[in-house]
Design a protein around this ligand. Sequence first.
Ligand code: PRT
Ligand code: ZN
Length: 283
Amino acid sequence: MLRIAVQKSGRLSEDSLKLLKECGIGVPNGNNQLKIKAENFDAEILFLRDDDIPEYVQDGVADIGFVGENVVLEKNKATEIVERLGYGKCRLSIALPKTRKKIELKELNGMKIATSYPFILNRWLKQNKIKAETHVISGSVEIAPRIGLADAICDLVSSGSTLFSNELYEYETLLRSEAVLISGKQLSPQRKELLDKLLFRIRSVKKAKYNKYVLLNAPNKSIEQICAYLPGINSPTIVPLAKKGWSSVHSVISESDFWNVIENLKAAGAEGILIIPIEKMIE
Ligand code: PRT
Ligand code: ZN
């Protein structure tokens, strides 16, 4: 049985359970128990505080875990990142009061920086040869400068609105983070096999999210030009329509190319363009 650690209640809980569900792994009753047997997969879900997940995975209490990369790097345990998951995106940044604009890096020397990430911060300070004092606090880091507890902070930022409302600004980004899947280094062959099965499913789900299925009608004279814009998995599928001189073209395009491709297709004479989400993509 594969023991999977998931954050009990927090920002990563819902997306992690959703991803498991998209991989065909059901978690009955959600996270209101500590440990639960998964449906349709030989796995058990352990609900833990995110800070504890790297250590539990290192020690083999859990085999794998869904956790923020920021936590993995801060805890610095013997685990490995086996997949990046694309949700829970944030930055770990040094922020300064708005009154201290345009300062040089060396002016951080002698400052007191409040953080919940002392390991990552101290490593960065050392790399940049800055001698600052780190003040470790576990929550509400952003109010530290206002109450005179610190000159600066080093904390997670996503939209930036917490910094804004505390009259701080993002000065320097130390790390860009997202949710990752970590694994212990000593999985048994059976558990490794289950992990490989799960990774295959996660990758199929991720690929599907980054791609869209496109269906369109095109005059035959434009087909060649249209196909040039549509790589497809191998090549687009072309089916003649009842309407003489027209065909239906089916293909897959990636999210990042999406709007450019659509504009080109329209300019080339494509009509009735349908964009359809893809549920899974198995290659
Ligand atoms: O109880 P437990 O210990 O499990 O949870 P927690 O309170 O320690 O963590 P939680 O649930 O807040 O966050 C879990 C993970 O979500 C983090 O480790 C990150 O990987 C990821 N994540 C993504 C974030 C944010 N975005 C985020 N914005 N974690 C925290 N924040 C906080 C940040 O600390 C700051 O207070 O949100 C505030 C800033 O947000 P913005 O949008 O105002 O910039
Ligand atoms: Zn935590």
